[in-house]
Every structure is written in structure tokens, then in C-alpha cells.
Design a protein around this ligand. Structure first.
Ligand code: DGY
Length: 321
């Protein structure tokens, strides 16, 4: 019998064509995330599984799939949905999609930042509500980015791409993370490393680009928010649980920080209702990588990974435990 490949949610046809060259492809028909029992049922007998960020991939899933399973290819750069040690220990390769979504995600981070600092959401709501308005010098003033300091948490590929764009807007860059970026990256971006508490204290904008791990869960909590400037803007395009949303809503309501722009949420797809009440918040439904070009590239990279493993080759972008 040939190889069986399960795709948990629809992906572009070009990726399916690549997969069909090495096996029989089953795309789960539901237009929603699968429940855990549905997911376990769907992967039974699969040699390769193409997964989404909402699929929980752990030892139980590997058991449900069976011993023939060779590869799990996540169509996302983040892989906090996968228990990588448990899966790889069982001889299954895990892959993700780094690189191809860097520009799209960085573009969106800057878009959200402009949206919140120039009050574009508020302005649009005003017009759509058919409220009367006239131009005057004090009308709907926002804040400029020029000369402001952008604090990047996690100066990886996406963090660097955000910093590069922010430099073009005239911002100064500071960053924090697990360690120093390579000297040439610091030099190109004129980026200064700061300990996290220093960065939170001094940045006008804090943009999150770290993965979700046990160390970064609620990295932005009540005390982190209290350390930030009262005018500071928080941008999150990483993972929702990096921010304590209730603490954030409170800090925004009480003027402890100035504004927030969020593409990701703690309990996606739910959004903390208190955040939706606030005018100094802009929200987007996890659109960081949502361009046709990028999503196609992500799906094709996942397919290349499956094809590589099922044909006995090295995966292109493996995740190591
Ligand atoms: C990722 O890749 O991790 C994004 O959150 C979705 O594109």
C-alpha cells in the first residue's frame, strides 16, 4: 500500500499537487479546527500529516496515528501546538515553515502600529457610524513614530524585519531576548541590546516577536505593563498567551500604557471582551502571514518537508527538540 498523507485543513492546490506525487492525500473536509477525537481519528494510518497551529500534536496523537507515521509538517513557523520532544522521541520528524512569512508578518506589525498610533480604526468607525465631523487642527490627533524608540522582544528574522521597516520610519531600535544578536545585525539596525526591564521602561513601542514557550507565557504581565511608559504602545504579532490579556485590558483602561495593537489572542479565536470595549486597542484576526503569496509559500514548504521525509530525504526545515 502507498503512503497516506492527511491534511487537517484546506491548503492551496499547488501544495496538494506536490503531496499527491508521493502518496494518497486526504484533506479533512471540516471548515473549522478539528476536535481532538476528530483529529486522532483523521490521522489513523497516516505516514505524513500536514497540521495547522490549532492542532494539538502530542504523544496521544502519535499513538492514534500508528507506528507508520513519519512526519508532522506544521504550516506555521510557530510550533507551540506540538510537543516536540514527545513526538521526535517516537521517531517522527517535525517541521515548520520559517523564512517564508517574515516579510508578511513584519508588514502587518508595522500596519498595526500605524493603525493604532494614527487612530485609523477609530477614524473608520466614526465614518461608518455616519457621525458628523469637520477638519480642524485638533481633530483625532495621533502620535508620530519619527524619533521614537522601538523595543523588539526577540530579534529573530521577523523581529529584524520589523526593525528594518521601523528604521525607515525614523525609529531607534533597542531589543531584548535570550542573547545578543550577531554583531552585523546590531550594526545594520544600530540596535542596542537591553535587559528586558530596561527595554520595557524606555521603549515607546514594544513589539513582541518571541516564540511561545513556558518562559515567555505571560511575559507581558501586570508587572511588565506597570514598568512601561504611560504612553507606550504594545504590538503583538507573536502568540496571544505571551500577553496576560486581562492585565493588558486593565492597564489600557487605567492609562498605565497608551495603546495596544493585537493580531493574536490568549484564547483564540476568542478575544478578551474588555479589550473590545477600548478605543486605544486595534485588533486583527491572526492575519500576520495572511497574504496569498505567503500562505501558498508556507503550504508548499510544508509539502516539500513531507515529500522529503516520505522519500527518504532530509527535511528542509526540521524542528529539533
Ligand atoms: C505562524 O506561522 O506561526 C503564524 O502565527 C501563522 O502564520
Amino acid at each position: 500500500m502507498g503512503k497516506q498523507i492527511v491534511v487537517t485543513r484546506s491548503v492551496p492546490e499547488s501544495a496538494l499537487d506536490m503531496l499527491r506525487k508521493v502518496g494518497a492525500v486526504h484533506v479533512c473536509p471540516q471548515d473549522r479546527p478539528l476536535t481532538v477525537p476528530e483529529l486522532h481519528e483523521a490521522v489513523r494510518g497516516a505516514h505524513g500529516v500536514v497540521t495547522m497551529l490549532h492542532d494539538r500534536i502530542d504523544a496521544d496523537l502519535i499513538t492514534a496515528a500508528g507506528p507508520q507515521l513519519q512526519v508532522v509538517a506544521n504550516v506555521a513557523v510557530g510550533y507551540d501546538n506540538i510537543d516536540v520532544p514527545a513526538v521526535t522521541e517516537r521517531g517522527v520528524t517535525v517541521t515548520n515553515t520559517p523564512g517564508v512569512l517574515v516579510d508578511a508578518t513584519a508588514d502587518l506589525a508595522l500596519g498595526l502600529l500605524l493603525m493604532v498610533t494614527r487612530r485609523l480604526g477609530e477614524g473608520e468607525r466614526l465614518l461608518r457610524a455616519r457621525q458628523s465631523w469637520t477638519f480642524h487642527l485638533g481633530f483625532m490627533l495621533g502620535t508620530g513614530l519619527q524619533g521614537k524608540t522601538l523595543g523588539i522582544v526577540g530579534l529573530g528574522a521577523i523581529g529584524q524585519a520589523v526593525a528594518r521597516r521601523a528604521r525607515a520610519f525614523g525609529m531607534d531600535i533597542v531589543y531584548t531576548g535570550r542573547g545578543r544578536a550577531p554583531a552585523e545585525v546590531e550594526a545594520e539596525l544600530e540596535a542596542r541590546f537591553l535587559p528586558q526591564h530596561e527595554l520595557l521602561r524606555t521603549a515607546d513601542v514594544v513589539s513582541l516577536h518571541c516564540p511561545l514557550t513556558e518562559q515567555t507565557r505571560h511575559l507581558i504581565d501586570e508587572s511588565a505593563l506597570a514598568a512601561m511608559k504611560s504612553t507606550a504602545v504594545l504590538v503583538n504579532t507573536s502568540r496571544g498567551p505571551v500577553v496576560d490579556e486581562q492585565a493588558l485590558a486593565k492597564a489600557l483602561r487605567e492609562g498605565q500604557i497608551g495603546a495596544a495593537a493585537l493580531d493574536v489572542f490568549e484564547r483564540e479565536p476568542e478575544v478578551e471582551p474588555a479589550l473590545l470595549e477600548l478605543d486605544n486597542v486595534v485588533v486583527a484576526p491572526h492575519l500576520g502571514s495572511a497574504t496569498t503569496e505567503t500562505r501558498t509559500a508556507m503550504a508548499e514548504l510544508a509539502a516539500r518537508n513531507v515529500v522529503a521525509v516520505l522519500t527518504g530525504n532530509e527535511p528542509v526545515t526540521p524542528v529539533r527538540p
